[in-house]
Ligand binder design. Structure first.
Ligand code: GAR
Length: 222
């Protein structure tokens, strides 16, 4: 079977990108990374793949969001991806980009969406007094962090936690979540239908959850 082609968008350190590369190397994800794209030319994430796979554009040198998004979309399209994954991509993607990749565009976000779209999610969960926090993988729509949620990983909030404690504890769960969701996406099990996330031809009434063994479980199964 032809391997699915994955393009990955990054802005920083790239540990979620690394999780996908590791899952491919371990045979857990039947896919090929065909390009890594960044809005930050100095993003350390870029160094995780060979030079021919890297693309970066300095967003500050473009006159507006739409012109940067168009350049990014052209570069992504040139590698003919089946899927485009935002793995720590911190720049808002405008409709110029999202419309071109709708239905094959995923994002990982460090909160239990619909809570805390946008930035500073760990601090906001603490300020709200939440007992649980987590990460979500969702289909990307033009509105920020508003697309259908596919799956979530939950962690407890412990007494005395600071935002960095949550970030550190959540990160390995993010890695497992993103790898597990991507594996099912490339298998064709997970799709976006209209505004909904579907699994195996059925709408998901609730997001899938990641269990302690790193497996996705359906909310109807306990
Ligand atoms: C991750 O925690 C990811 O969930 C978050 O940025 C971090 C990137 O880490 N993404 C967002 O906040 C998107 N709005 P990484 O570069 O090590 O993968």
């Amino acid at each position: 079977m032809k391997k699915n082609r994955i393009a990955i968008l990054v802005s920083g350190r790239g540990s979620n990108l690394q999780a996908l590369l590791d899952a491919i190397a371990a045979g857990q994800l039947e896919a090929e990374v065909v390009g890594v794209f960044s809005d930050k030319p100095k993003a350390p994430a870029l160094a995780r793949v060979p030079e021919p796979l890297r693309w970066s554009g300095d967003a500050r040198r473009f006159p507006d969001r739409a012109s940067f998004d168009a350049a990014l979309a052209d570069a992504v399209e040139a590698v003919r991806p089946d899927w485009v994954i935002c793995a720590g991509y911190m720049r808002i993607l405008g409709e110029t980009f999202t419309a071109r990749f709708r239905g094959r565009l995923l994002n990982i976000h460090p909160s239990l969406l619909p809570k805390y779209r946008g930035l500073h999610t760990h601090a906001r969960a603490l300020e709200a007094g939440d007992r649980e926090h987590g990460a979500s993988v969702h289909w990307v729509v033009p509105e920020l962090d508003a697309g259908a949620v596919i799956a979530q990983a939950v962690i407890p909030v412990l007494p005395g936690d600071q935002p960095d404690d949550l970030a550190v504890r959540l990160l390995p769960r993010e890695h497992a979540l993103l790898a597990a969701v991507t594996a099912w996406v490339v298998q064709g099990r997970l799709t976006e239908q209209g505004d909904e996330a579907w699994l195996d031809g059925q709408p998901l009434l609730k997001p899938l959850s990641l269990d302690s063994a790193g497996q996705l479980t359906h909310p109807t199964a306990t």
